[in-house]
Write a new protein. Sequence first.
Length: 432
Amino acid sequence: MNTDVVVVGAGVMGASIALELARAGRRVIVVDKAGGVGLGSTSASSAIVRFNFSTHAGVAASWEAQFCWRAWSEHLGCAVDNPVRFERCGLAVLDVDAAPRSAVLPLFDAVGVPYQEWDADALAARIPGLDPGRYFPPKRLDDEAFWAPAPGTLGAVFTPDAGYISDPQLAAQNLAAAAQRFGVEFRFRRTVTGIRSTAGRVTAVLLDDGSALACATVVNAAGPWSGRLNELAGVGRDFTIGVRPLRQEVGYLRAPAGFNPEGAAGVTVADLDLGTYLRGEVGGGLLVGGAEPECDPLEWLDDPDDAWPNPTAAVFEAQATRAARRLTGLTVPNRPRGVVGVYDVADDWTPIYDRTELDGYYVAMGTSGNQFKNAPLVGQLMATLIEAVEGGVDHDADPVGFVGKHTGQVIDLGAFSRRRSVNTANSGTVFG
């Protein structure tokens, strides 16, 4: 019996896509070169759920997705062992000219995202130990100006419904377990060596053990390996948006006293002013990541397998010291501690959820480190897109729309097209 769909990639995206396609009645096999679910980029995600994006589609998608996380068992459609938790802690996005509140608040109003506007006094009062100084632009630690007094103060926009997922890898495993209940088969430690096609249509996926999975549809959800898979399929000539692997580090520290009150997670802080972000964890931890400031070199990779797997002292020190500049009670450890991941970064930090010039071959790629939050919804978006295109819709000429079950918002899937114009309104960082 032939398989209907082969999904390449068993991360949180691939597992979500497989679940939704199986729910739609398709026979699905997921292939991954790793030994289990969520062992690639997913496992290194900070798993922040936020709504600050530069497009209506981005805001609407993230707002719809958070309802999936909040009603996780309902979303999965079945009981799973050890379901992941959504920790609602709120997010404060500090003011910065590169991402002004005047650009995002009209989108929040249109979608219905609740928010509060804080001035510097409110910001300092709501987040214990936070310095509301305005230091922009971000600077290197060896720049004497890094230590200069703040010439002014800044406020923030606070979204109380933001938060994070307690364990990103477990989230992918929950989705995979649900997918298996709907008949999805997972094949691990298998590398794709080729995509077979006939008359411009996918016919099979070739694996390194010499087997061929006959199928009518392939979904590329291979994360930072997605570009390599597209080359095997011979697609990409009509893409106007490029993607490239980017190595990233997230540091782990102990939060300063008062930041995590009574064992709570503490407010997540997006700090483009200093070029970082801070995410607390229940139990007193603090995750610190970078926001791609212009003063820092970016570690682009030709091959994601070349990524050095351990955190480095230089990156850890820079991120932790910036965090300590903002949280005055934070102590910077001597030894780096954290995780390393590889982003699949699109030119405009906006994902590509689309068909391609090869019939039956679809991509969910260019997720840029900012799409974990949308993972439950991405499965639905791709299932809707595939059903429409396979049913004869010309998505390139007449983009498919998706109506959110929870919000009623119409999400134009053309916003995630491989052939779109570059989104110049984005921040040029992971914040999209």
